[in-house]
Write a protein that binds this ligand. Sequence first.
Ligand code: NAD
Length: 488
Amino acid sequence: MPPVASVGDIVERYGISLPDEVPAFVDGAPRYSDGAHTLTRECPATEEALYALQESAPEVVDEAVRAARLIMDDTPWPRMPHVERKRVLRRIMDVIERHRDELAVLQSLEVGLPLGGVRTMHMARTIENFDFFAEVAGTVGGHAYTQTGTYLTVVTREPAGVVALLSPWNAPLVLTSMKLAASLALGNACVIKASEHSPYSVYRFVEILHEADLPPGLVNLVNGRGPVTGASLVEHQGVDVVGFVGGSKTGAAIMAAAANGVRKVGLELGGKSANMVMASADLEQAIDGSLLAILTGNGQQCLAGSRILVQESIADEFTERFVKRLSQVRVGDPFDAQTEVGAMAFREHFQKVMSYVDTATAEGATLLTGGTAAPGFDRGFFFQPTAVEVGDNRLRVCQEEIFGPFVTIQRVPDADAAIRIANDSAFGLVSYIWSNDLLEVTQMSGAIKAGTVWVNTPLARDLRAPFGGYKQSGVGRDGLESSVELLT
Ligand code: NAD
């Protein structure tokens, strides 16, 4: 097992620098707070301290909201011609491109994701979010009703106002930039609350955005724990819309807080997605896709295909081949190009993922592979990809979001059983079907209660299409029309 690069090695190798303390960013400048509560953030691959995070107290949150409010109430920004606003988004794309490698390295350092995937997939999507919404800026307009003959009714679309954006740690820039790009394209001002587990990559992102000549106060950032800084942001009556990406329990708390003042909310929440492999599937393709569905992002994805339902007649072959491949996955240093799964993002999360091994075996599930910390590491939060076979979808490992490279495999007799079990969940974000039977695919995809159903492909997302969930996976959608509905 090659040694895991230390934080010092990474700083030197990529020529980045890390601060002692991460502050907020308000009104176009860093906002340090004397005597702030601080949280130490450790590198998940080495357990070395990275920096201290200064938690934003309510007065810092208030300053950030006021700065954004000023942009909406006292500057030309909300009425800026769309071609100019489009230019702002294009300048943002250029600065992200210039800092692409630095931002990728910071995310891998903070949350343990393999650098290759962050540099390509995450950074490409971050830039694409601005590219996509730059085009949207010019397409959103109003309309007029003329049919009465005596008067004209003109309908206009106006920016919603100050948008609070709360994001999780699992894909910090992809998820922060999605709603940020949409908010700016549609003429809003923002206050971002980054996850306390990935604050510096988002801080640097906000800082470099200002190289694109943003008006100070247009994009602000506050940092700290959810129930402290996050709650004071959501409760602030200067906020008009709350765009939240995170866990379902937190989403419910956000919805309740936003009800005070009757503010709009968009909630993109958790998942426990069924990945259905049917007898007619191309097995090689289904195995490759199922591995991607559970391992991408170290398995820490809302859309992870974490419940495999495999048709009885192919179950032995699928399980044997899938488990063999899973056991060969290379776990290790996020900065080693050979690594497929890096470190779990932080200590408590690693412990949580590990705890589901005992939960599974206590519930009577059969361990097929993994189930321990990855061998060969004397430090770092490395978890061996794990599969368990289950006979009952009501087990906790089938119902709760584990958020790691941990998959359950259950045999099903036919498509009807697959549909019933897929829908037997509090969540309904996405699902996956592997089948070459068109009738079966049509019936299954129509019956499954999930916002997106992927057929013979994992993780393909078109920004024009709505993305969001049924049930506890969310309220509202991201995507072209849905973003316009939320943010205007
Ligand atoms: P989380 O809910 O713990 O935190 C998300 C954000 O909310 C963080 O910034 C956090 O500080 C803040 N927060 C926490 N409690 C708060 C409170 N009471 N008031 C205000 N803010 C609060 O989620 P997480 O652990 O950071 O992220 C993982 C979750 O995110 C998973 O459930 C995953 O499925 C979900 N997720 C969903 C999507 C999607 O598009 N549907 C995408 C990525 C992640």
